[in-house]
Design a binder for this molecule. Structure first.
Ligand code: KG4
Ligand code: ZN
Length: 340
């Protein structure tokens, strides 16, 4: 007997991207992301503006995802949505929309943990992308998250370490602000870092026990360093920008790699999957490739569009939960501080 196709609509609205995706089994048919330019003016995400923009975007984004996939809403098997963690006002938009649509269509509703979704994005069926074997280590690095997780099975995950203050992407963005770069500054720092000397300036790495991270001290150290140097030479930034960016990047990648090496040592697991916006970074990609040769690791990096916040990753979790018949009640609540 031919197996019936399962169509999942995924909805993501945890931060500043409104996204909807349609999946047929584990293959993506469409993945639409409306990012919100408005936050650039403020140098960071403004929660109230994000929530309002989600309200404006959600209907056209879902509509575009369905038409891009070439299916009608009556063909959907279930609707998966981000329950948390994230900004409450933003989560509420996606949660309420998903509930009403699923209720109206009479199909199951599936709640998804955003952090699990970043990891399970590796199980989207994609030509050329190898899925990591269990158990593996996942490092999620973005503007909102910095976490190392031991993944024993799809829904058996253990957080080994996470940031105790800023996320790694924030360290990029806040250092960029100090240097007068636009928001988000990660891509620009990365571009300039490749043209500069990584050992031009030395920033001390934070001393944090075990597998937790801290980035707020580094941000402050960079601020004081720039204030001191520009006092002596007002043109310090413009004359040395590439070297400054290279030195910041060298420090940040060093911090991430030290923790990954410790996680490998503690667990004996050498399959490493990364995700989140910062996984686009040339420095981390190169460091991982080097570790493959030097330490025998196997590393996994998903396609960029599935690594930043997107609904395809929500839909794949929806599919995996659908197979388990793990559905939500309609009184499920958005939860800003949801744990893995
Ligand atoms: O995953 P994402 O799109 O959104 C969340 O924060 O959840 O990640 C955005 C973050 C920003 O902080 C941005 O500066 C950073 O990812 N980023 C980068 C690079 N591309 C994006 N950081 C360093 N190097 C990059 N190439
Ligand atoms: Zn995210």
């Amino acid at each position: 007997m031919k197996k019936e196709n399962i169509y999942i609509l995924g909805i993501e609205s945890s931060c500043d991207d409104t996204s909807a995706a349609v999946l047929c089994n584990d293959e993506i048919l469409s993945n639409v992301v409306a990012d919100q330019k408005i936050h650039a003016e403020y140098g960071g995400v403004v929660p109230e503006l994000a929530s309002r923009a989600h309200q404006q975007n959600i209907v056209p984004v879902v509509h575009q995802a369905l038409s891009g996939a070439g299916i009608s809403k009556d063909q959907l098997s279930a609707i998966a949505f981000t329950r948390g963690p994230g900004l409450m006002g933003s989560l509420l938009v996606g949660t309420s929309f998903a509930k009403s649509l699923a209720y109206g269509l009479g199909i199951p509703l599936i709640d998804v943990n955003h952090m699990q979704a970043h990891i399970l994005a590796h199980f989207i069926d994609e030509k050329g992308h190898q899925k990591p074997p269990f158990p593996f280590l996942a490092m999620t690095i973005s503007g909102g998250h910095t976490q190392i997780v031991k993944v024993t099975n799809y829904f058996e995950m253990e957080v080994l370490g996470e940031t105790i203050d800023d996320a790694v992407g924030e360290a990029y963005d806040k250092s960029g602000k100090t240097l007068g770069l636009g928001y988000p500054a990660g891509p620009e720092i990365d571009k300039r870092a490749q043209l500069g000397n990584p050992k031009a300036y030395k920033f001390t790495k934070p001393k944090v026990e075990g597998l937790n991270f801290s980035f707020s001290g580094l941000k402050t150290a960079i601020l004081y360093f720039i204030q001191r140097e520009t006092k002596a030479n007002p043109k310090f930034i413009e004359e040395n920008l590439n070297d400054i960016c290279a030195s910041i990047q060298y420090t940040i990648i060093g911090i991430l790699m030290d923790k990954l090496k410790l996680a490998v040592k503690q667990t004996g697991i050498k399959h490493i999957a990364i995700g989140g916006g910062v996984s686009a970074n040339s420095g981390i990609r190169k460091a991982l490739k080097d570790a493959e040769k030097k330490h025998g690791w196997t590393t996994y990096i998903p396609k960029f569009e599935y690594t930043t916040d997107n609904a395809a990753m929500i839909a794949i979790v929806g599919y995996l939960k659908y197979l388990e018949k793990d559905f939500s009640d309609f009184d499920v609540m958005a939860t800003a501080r949801l744990k893995i």
